[in-house]
Design a protein around this ligand. Structure first.
Ligand code: GAR
Length: 209
């Protein structure tokens, strides 16, 4: 089974959805670590109660690089293969993302490429969109811009407020995220990466006749 770590900053309901899906017998992954930049993040309690290792390192008083280094040391110590961001409200440094390239997934509460960043629900309602939703994507140095792996759509009702929409999108996220993580960790091992590298090497070779 793939070893995944989850970073959270808040309530951790997506972390819990991932955790409980991971405990099912047929699961393709184990949650080996839950880490947070917020010492009293509610999700940490859930993880501890389930006997999952937790790690806390406040970002306050540290540079982004220092903070990321502490979080990364915890990932390495727990032999993490994939990092899953579930409501982790910090931007990771470019170097960190490059070191973990292709091994970090994030869930974002909009139908990307629409509404990167914050206040996604208010923006979708204000725009008169028929649907909001959530996207699971690969994390790249550019914010919310990596390849989208899966999306869940949620209809916007007449009476919707950002709060009611946020709550319903979370229900959809809890279905989407464990499936997207499962698919990603079960994909044929880095087939595309290998293909691209082999092709690059072949293109760089001097022509022989
Ligand atoms: C989720 O809705 C997630 O999409 C969002 O934070 C929420 C976390 O809820 N993530 C972002 O906004 C990332 N920029 P949770 O702590 O209950 O899982």
């Amino acid at each position: 089974k793939a070893r995944i770590a989850i970073f959270i900053s808040g309530t951790g309901t997506n972390m819990a959805a991932l955790l409980y899906a991971g405990l099912l017998e047929t699961s393709r992954y184990d949650v080996v670590l839950v880490a947070s930049n917020v010492p009293d993040a509610q999700g940490l309690e859930i993880a501890r109660a389930e006997g999952i290792e937790t790690f806390v390192h406040s970002h306050k008083g540290h540079s982004r690089e220092e903070h990321d280094a502490a979080m990364e040391a915890a990932l390495i110590a727990s032999e993490t293969e994939y990092l899953v961001l579930a409501g982790y409200m910090r931007i990771l440094s470019d170097d960190f993302v490059r070191r973990w390239e292709g091994r970090i997934l994030n869930i974002h509460p909009s139908l990307l490429p629409k509404y990167k960043g914050l206040d996604t629900f208010a923006r979708a309602i204000a725009a008169g969109d028929s649907h909001a939703g959530a996207s699971v994507h690969i994390v790249t140095p550019e914010l919310d811009a990596g390849e989208v792996l899966a999306q869940a759509k949620v209809a916007i009702r007449e009476c919707e407020t950002p709060q009611t929409l946020a709550e319903r999108v979370k229900y959809a996220e809890h279905q989407l995220f464990p499936r997207a993580v499962t698919d990603y960790v079960s994909r044929p091992y880095d087939a595309r990466y290998v293909y691209e590298r082999v092709r690059d090497i072949a293109l760089a070779l001097p022509e022989t006749h």
